[in-house]
Design a binder for this molecule. Sequence first.
Ligand code: NAD
Length: 659
Amino acid sequence: MKSLFNGRQARQYRDPLALRAYTSRLLGQNPSLVLHGGGNTSVKAQIKNLLGETIDVLYVKGSGWDLATIEPQGFAPVRMNALSKMARLKNISDAQMVKEQRAAMTDPYAPNPSVEAILHAIIPFRFVDHTHADAVVAVTNTPQGRRSIDKIYGNKVIVIPYVMPGFLLAKKVYEMTRNIDWRRYEGMVLMHHGIFSFHDEAQESYERMIRLVSKAERFIARCGQKKKIHLSGTSAPQQKNNLLDLAKLRKTVSKASGKALIARWNESPKASAFSRWPKIKSIATRGPLTPDHVIRTKPIPVVLSSTIDQDIQSFSSQYDQYFKRFANGHLTRLDLAPRWAVWPGHGIVCFGETFKDARITEDIAEHTMEAIIWAESLGGWKALPAKDIFDVEYWELEQVKLKGKKSRPLDGKIALVTGAASGIGKACAQGLAAQGALVGALDIDRRVETLFAGKEIKGITCDLTKDKDIASAIETIVRQWGGIDIVVSNAGIFPVSAALQNVDEKVWQKSLDINLTGHQKLIKAIIPYLQEGIDPTIIIMASKNVPAPGPGAAAYSVAKAGLTQLGRLAALELAQWGIRVNMIHPNQVFDTAIWSPNVLKERAKHYKMSVTEYKTNNLLKTEIKSTDVAQLVCALAGNIFAKTTGAQIPLDGGNERVI
Ligand code: NAD
């Protein structure tokens, strides 16, 4: 492991807090030191208050900040005096500790100080760095962990046996170090938890961390050579059956959790090889890398067999037993679903309510696999006893967070929207994503890929008249997020108007191909995935032209009438799997490519109206926008319409002919 410290960069940061933020970011950039909000750092400083008094404070990482991106305002200034006195208290609850720490802040607008603030205050150096370095934790998670730590560091580090983080840990360190000479040590190892380094200079404190962790890495490399674990593997070939199994797994896990979850399939050579390890069942289910991860990963993953339903059921009942064994009284049990699965032969699958949650779990799982492989090569992977894991998972501070958790109506849902590069489809993709859904945005127009290149909406080029394009787009979405729940079959064209005797055969055929057959092809291909979807639904963009056709638009109206009939049949046939199918009949949605400013002007003139009058040419005298259609789509995809299928809903501001 290399130091990333750059003297030239560091010189910009004259203020100790700015320098503290800089070296914290260096730690945060290395995922084998800290992951997603893990670890914490601090600096001790003096400030002058309004009254001119000098106050000793500890600037410690604030909760909600990530070391990778932390800035000076991410540190909470807490009076050293109060923290030192708290360390001497006999016992207080962690909730009390958090309250007192907050009360001791010199800036009430700063974030909540880390729960390790007291521990940082006890360490008599200006800069303190704390990480959950994979290598150090992996060594401590072995039967001879303590002996190995002694071998690696001699007497250069203080070693603290595992204690629950928070006040108990601060107290333990306070008592164990009261009479020691800290200058003799370079760091402190917390068994099964992590490592601290400290110094009066920021650079030295950071670089000590790098040196200490590198020693553990070299130890693993040396000892690991003697008993090398050989995991060979290649990525599993991507097959349709695998993707359907993935969707089934996601559905079963979502059911167990009581809400829709995203599933991230990781079939990297490492994950694949790990999943093929002959003793995987025993090795993967001994416990997490550190209890800190349990909030994200649950204590263990589920190891799948050929019967996914039974696997998840047995995971849930074991989790329930684990909860009942250790819970005493008023705890709120978390859901019964696993957060990651080992899929023998195929890699691992990680679950989350949002894409970000699933990615965090995936990162942690990747580091856990690595640490397990290391620990096995050192003599055996041995996690903490279940009771210690439980105490962190059901920590009072975590239980409070649960109560304040907010979610969006479509969190965990996966949608496919066609014709998403423009107009109504674009608004639907954005509207569904704003409510929490992950969206595959399909269009024949390649620009969809740059328009939607983010993590929550993925633009995919697809010509809906081609079966191959449709299959590939569906597979891309399922591969990426684990399934499909919402289909907005929207793409369409408005062919040139012509009286029946003048209809061009090519124009007629093209309209049928895109406005009718394209939708039929999509629905046919997607049914197997919707059967494994969560509250699955299809929303079809038809037209006011179905209930109230206009002369000259036969190619369009006939195709849309056929599409509506297709939707009605789909509602009849797919209800047996709980798939709802509803149709929207919009009219005159002008902020779309169908309506160019010229066409709009021409049509208004034709009816002897101004453009504004023409735009609100309906009973309610209101203009229909593509975002109005998107809102209706979101409602149809959500709970309000959970019991409606086969409906045709006008969105036209009121039309006498339709009514
Ligand atoms: P739009 O032209 O802005 O968007 C339609 C999108 O569909 C375009 O991005 C286009 O590239 C895409 N598309 C066309 N052929 C495709 C194919 N073969 N494969 C993939 N994508 C294809 O128009 P819009 O008004 O947003 O239309 C959306 C839907 O709403 C259409 O079905 C249309 O018939 C229907 N509709 C629109 C109105 C209106 O007034 N705008 C009224 C009633 C119904």
